[in-house]
Design a protein around this ligand. Sequence first.
Ligand SMILES: [Zn+2]
Length: 308
Amino acid sequence: MTQNPTSSASGILLDGITDFRSCIAWAQKNNVAIGHFNISNLETLHAIASTAKKLNVPVIIGVSEGERDAVGVSMARAMVTAAAFDLNHPIFLNADHTYSLERAKEAIDAGYDSVIIDAAKLSKEENIALARQTVEYAKQVGSITGQDIIVEGELGYIGQSSKVMDKIPDGVGLDPDSLTHPDEVASFVAATGIDLIAPAVGNIHGLIKSGQPRLNIERIAEITAASSAGVVLHGASGIELDDLKAAVDAGVRIVHYNTELRVAFSAALSQYIKENPEETTPYKLTKTATDAVAKVVEEKLRIMNKMV
Ligand SMILES: [Zn+2]
């Protein structure tokens, strides 16, 4: 295990939030959800961090395995720590969808606040084993470093891509039997010791061109009541805002957005380059794209934090 020299966002105090665990408790107490937004560049981090600061709400930055490869595992930690320090604001870093124990260990070693171990596509036994091993490693490292590392598990397959798609991905079912069952959640949480659970409740990774399916709000409420683990809604891009609001009311504590930010960034960037073909300064090229991401983040954060 190697210890990263950068520290997490702990020590920053906003309404009793001192670390990620206290932030989840804060969301629970206030019946709100914390926004989780993915990055793969500095511009998007600035857009998310500055918007969270403006609204005075905590935020989570997510980096998937691919995004970690693009940014650098420790670089992502350093960037988010720097953003939290510069803004004096609670901004947490999550290792989003991690498919192996090796990569989970890498993020834990680098000082991430949380890690998602995603074995939803494997058998139930393999999923439990991998989640339990991740929890044990996080505890082992935490006992040395003093950091309280949060582990999230996944139950129910919702696809894996953050793209715009023609149809619902293969293997994703939307009927009540295909969605995550509350009883399974209770036994999975008990068997693994995870802190957060990501269920399949009608949500899908990626944007469906014809529109996202509706969430099963009743199932969300049953799942939030089934265990002490915080419930995380993945694949929220494109979900109707009324569904987002209802999901938070039903007890969702973290909501993930990625595809919508990518679409906003790339559309604004393409438009700017088309209109300004002579521009070569990177920060000028990306200004409207960064603003477009901030706009999406603000809309979602306002709803999650009941500011509308
Ligand atoms: Zn996800």
